[in-house]
Design a binder for this molecule. Structure first.
Ligand SMILES: [Fe+2]
Length: 255
């Protein structure tokens, strides 16, 4: 089982909400799609941990649907703070794997001994994330029965990023109960939001933040400086789940 982890594509057609995504971001995403298609074997699944769009108009999501069109594998995606739930569900809903009905854009996919749960951590109109009681109830129910290996996909990191500026914009509500719910067994938590690849051993869990092909930051570990954009190369990780339960993480560099 091979899983590609993308995040923070920040695609837009008319207006970039952040003002930071390059005009030709769709060409970069096309290169990523070509790279995914060049792999043999190809990934069984692609996850996108939020900020698919940079503003989230229906036109933005139509462009994203076109860019995902060549990919034959399922795509599990959660929203980020620059997405819009209604437009994302309306335009992309049928393309996204395991998308659940209801108020939030949660997802569930079970395949080849792996359960992937996509958690919607968005607070409308706010950059920081939250998991309210309803969302945590859903997570608790879904975790009652899973495959041996469990991946949680969410935009906002539930662990400290090591930088106080980012931590103020991460998951700021529901962390304590989230931790209590997941602590029964080790999980692999895939996030986005901070536009810099990071890995963490968090208690019994492994956590990873994927970089962004749109714009990236490069914070030195231990620095308390406010993040600023940095020209660093982009790569995305492939998680290779082996039959013995181990998971290898490979990086694919996109030039
Ligand atoms: Fe982002």
């Amino acid at each position: 089982m091979l899983i590609a982890h993308l995040s923070d594509l920040h695609l837009y057609t008319q207006r970039s909400e952040t003002g930071q995504a390059p005009r030709d971001i769709c060409l970069v995403v096309e290169r990523i799609a070509r790279d995914l298609l060049s792999l043999a074997p190809r990934p069984d699944l692609v996850v996108i941990s939020g900020d698919l769009a940079d503003g989230g108009t229906e036109e933005d999501y139509r462009q994203i649907r076109e860019l995902l069109e060549p990919l034959p594998m399922p795509v599990l995606a959660v929203p980020g703070n620059h997405d819009r739930r209604e437009a994302m569900r309306c335009v992309l809903g049928e393309r996204l794997a395991g998308l659940q009905e209801g108020e939030f854009l949660h997802s569930r996919v079970d395949m080849s001994g792996v359960t992937l749960l996509g958690l919607d951590s968005v607070v409308a109109g706010r950059p920081e994330g939250a998991l309210c009681g309803k969302r945590l109830d859903w997570l608790e129910r879904e975790l009652e029965k899973t495959q041996p290996l469990v991946f949680l996909v969410m935009h906002h990191p539930p662990f400290s990023t090591g930088n106080p500026h980012w931590d103020a914009y991460s998951l700021i509500e529901g962390r304590e109960r989230f931790t209590a719910i997941i602590d029964a067994s080790p999980k692999r938590i895939l996030c986005g939001h901070i536009h810099q690849p990071l890995h963490i051993h968090w208690g019994a869990h492994y956590g990873a933040i994927a970089g962004s092909p749109a714009f990236q930051y490069h914070l030195v570990p231990g620095s308390t400086a406010a993040p600023t954009e940095s020209q660093v190369s982009y790569s995305y990780p492939l998680h290779y789940c082996q039959p013995d339960g181990s998971v290898l993480v490979h990086l694919r560099h996109i030039m």
